[in-house]
Design a protein. Structure first.
Lengths: 292, 278
């Protein structure tokens, strides 16, 4: 068999499959976004050009859900990174004794998001949430009802991120730890010889060498956090009063509850474009130079 | 001497901090397990207690005796197993040529897989709904398997391509010298050598399907609902019955938690497509 034929034969099943179940739905999505679709009679669709996009870009509820997505993703990413990186530094400091630490720390990493969301809802919810009882017990808050994590409209978008932080900090920690252990010891040693203190060694040696690892974390986690649906859905269904409705949930609600196929498709298309551009930008900007 | 003791003290502080951090991340899950083992009436008591005052399997019995839950678990297993098989059948050959025969078409293909991974599920959910509806596959196991496979293939493909990248090109050449065709060399030489990489990829395909929620929510309604959907519905159907809900959550997550504890190193490598060696 000729080489090109072989390559084509091996590649085609996956290519045809992805074409049918990814590329074709994307085309369908974009196609839908130019129509106004009647809920009662889906066949009666009317071409309205870019009107759905104009509506999406001027809708207050959509704008608010977009900025909430940003709040949620940056809050989650910040703390995942902070906790995860600190954990990795601690593990690296006690290198040979950290095996069990790392094993137990990895526990949440593959927990189904639906379970993590349920668990955190149970920790935070109303009167039975144990977190507030503990906080009251050590005197941080006056009584267990003082903070209403999931029903305070100003707070809820951050509270629902706790589950995300719990779920994925270990990913950040273990990936960072792997990166830290790959840094050649003699580089750190050489910096120490030159009289650099611990902080300087961290800033000028460790951090620049960790750049590709940090890039991977920010890209993978940032995009995933911005796409979050299930974790928030199980905790609040976007409530109270849409205060935790992120962008993906807004699209879902408009599609399923209001049956507005055209407008939901327009925002879903915008969402897709932004996600892909964001990932591409991050890839070229941070990852590539470090590899090249 | 003085320096030595500050060093020891620093070490002790580091140890203590590491322990504190690890424990605070483990406690929530332990609390979930403890709650599920309480008698149902004690689950929602105020103030809540961390440990059960009496171990009971009542919540587990409630879950097992519902009509929907055992069926949903079976459905989850069936969908995840079929997704794993289909994803591997599609991805293993493609990843092999993409890694070993670098040319514009294979590079483009890998790039397409990478972009696909960034696409939000909610964007694909609605057109997938239309597609499956027109094929008559809504609310069927096979329909959901197709949707889950579309999510698993890009992940598994990139993962496998990273594994195959490390394979010496000479392996196939040597097999061809001995009279194997390209396809035979792939099937009888390459695949057996790569079986640990393929096993890890299979695990990822399985967990992708096992943990998936949004497609299952959109594409199933009666017959092929998976466990995450039924667990989420426990809310509305049975009122706020936290006891059985925590039991179901433990049953559903414990298998993956145990697998994670055993295969931690391989999973970390897999989560970053081998970009970081675990």
């Amino acid at each position: 068999m000729k080489e090109p034929t072989f390559v084509a034969l091996m590649l085609s099943p996956a290519a045809v499959f992805l074409g049918l179940l990814v590329a074709y739905p994307v085309v369908l999505l974009i196609w839908n976004s130019f129509y106004e679709v009647d809920l009662v009679n889906p066949a009666g669709r009317v071409w309205i050009g870019l009107e759905n996009y104009a509506d999406a870009l001027t809708s207050r509820r959509i704008r608010e859900s977009a900025s909430r997505t940003l709040q949620y993703a940056s809050f989650a990413l910040l703390f995942e990174f902070l906790f995860g990186f600190c954990a990795a530094l601690l593990f690296a400091a006690i290198a040979e004794n950290s095996r069990w630490h790392r094993t137990i720390f990895a526990l949440p990493i593959m927990v189904p998001p639906i379970v993590a969301g349920l668990l955190w809802r149970f920790l935070l919810v109303g009167d039975i949430g144990i977190l507030n009882h503990w906080l009251a017990g050590i005197g941080v808050i006056s009584d267990p009802g003082a903070i209403r994590w999931l029903s305070d409209t100003d707070l809820v978008i951050y509270s629902v991120a706790f589950a995300d932080i719990w779920l994925t900090t270990s990913f950040v920690a273990l990936v960072s730890y792997a990166g830290l252990t790959n840094i050649p010891k003699d580089l750190i040693e050489a910096a120490r010889m030159d009289g650099a203190n611990a902080l300087k060694r961290f800033w000028h040696v460790t951090l620049p060498l960790m750049r590709p690892v940090i890039a991977v974390i920010v890209i993978v986690r940032g995009v995933d956090a911005a796409k979050t649906f299930d974790l928030i859905w199980i905790q609040t269904q976007g409530g109270p009063r849409q205060a935790s409705e992120v962008f993906s949930m807004n699209i879902y609600q408009r599609m399923v509850r209001y049956g507005d196929l055209g407008e939901a498709s327009a925002s879903a298309t915008l969402f897709l474009i932004v996600m892909v551009l964001l990932a591409a930008f991050a890839y070229w900007k941070i990852w590539k130079p470090a590899h090249g | 001497m003085a320096e030595r003791s500050t060093f020891d003290m620093g070490r002790t502080i580091v140890q203590a901090l590491a322990l504190l951090l690890v424990l605070s991340f483990a406690v929530p899950y332990v609390y979930l397990v403890m709650t599920s083992l309480k008698p149902a009436a004690h689950v929602q008591q105020i103030p809540p207690s961390f440990l059960p005052n009496r171990i009971s399997v009542e919540n587990y019995l409630t879950v097992i005796n519902t009509q929907s839950m055992p069926r949903a678990f079976l459905s989850s297993v069936a969908v995840a197993v079929l997704t794993t098989i289909l994803s591997l059948a599609l991805s293993v050959p493609a990843a092999y040529v993409a890694a070993q025969y670098r040319r514009p078409i294979t590079v483009f293909f890998l790039l397409f897989a990478l972009i696909t991974r960034m696409v939000p599920a909610v964007s694909l959910g609605v057109p997938l709904f239309q597609l499956l509806k027109s094929l008559g596959l809504l609310d069927t196991t096979f329909g959901l398997v197709l949707a889950h496979t579309s999510a698993a293939v890009p992940l598994v493909l990139l993962l496998l391509a990273a594994f195959f990248d490390g394979l010496p090109k000479e392996m196939e050449e040597a097999a061809r010298m001995d009279g194997c065709s390209r396809f035979q060399a792939f099937l009888y030489i390459v695949v057996p050598v790569m079986k640990s990489g393929i096993a890890i990829s299979a695990l990822f395909a399985f967990i992708t399907s096992w943990n998936e929620f949004l497609y299952a929510l959109l594409l199933t309604s009666q017959n092929s609902k998976t466990a995450p959907i039924v667990i989420a519905e426990f809310n509305s159907v049975y009122g706020l019955s936290w006891g059985p809900m925590t039991a179901a959550a433990v049953l559903y997550s414990l298998p993956v938690v145990l697998v994670t504890l055993v295969l931690q190193k391989q999973i970390i490598g897999g989560l970053t497509f081998g970009a970081v060696k675990g």
